[in-house]
Design a protein around this ligand. Structure first.
Ligand SMILES: [Zn+2]
Length: 119
């Protein structure tokens, strides 16, 4: 065991619980960027070490989350563009309605003149 202990230069913990307690303590006090995120049982010295490497599952999960966040961001941009287009269309519709009502008024006026001519 002495040889393997020399081989492992990492800080060792006797059990998972004390390793995790140390991680939690570091999380709340350390200002380091690379804070250990989990403990693992070392196959060489059979004590617990800390690592800042996430498990494969966590890495895959995080990349999926990142991918989904990009999709959400794109969708939000599309919605924003559609809202802008809708506002422009609303303005165009309002302008057309105004135009139509002025044409209708003009037609009414023409009818009045038409009736006056027939008399
Ligand atoms: Zn070890």
């Amino acid at each position: 065991m002495e040889n393997s202990k020399q081989y492992c230069r990492k800080v060792s913990f006797a059990d998972e619980r004390s390793a995790n307690e140390y991680i939690n303590k570091l999380k709340s006090t350390s200002e380091r960027v690379n804070v250990p995120v989990r403990a693992y049982l070392c196959p060489r010295c059979f004590s617990w070490h800390l690592t800042s490497q996430k498990t494969k599952e966590v890495q895959i999960f995080e990349s999926k989350v990142e991918e989904l966040q990009k999709i959400i961001k794109d969708q939000k941009r599309i919605i924003l563009d559609l809202n802008t287009q809708n506002k422009k269309k609303d303005l165009r519709i309002a302008a057309l309605k105004k135009h139509i009502s002025s044409i209708q008024k003009y037609q009414e006026t023409l009818k009045v003149f038409d009736k006056a001519d027939k008399r």
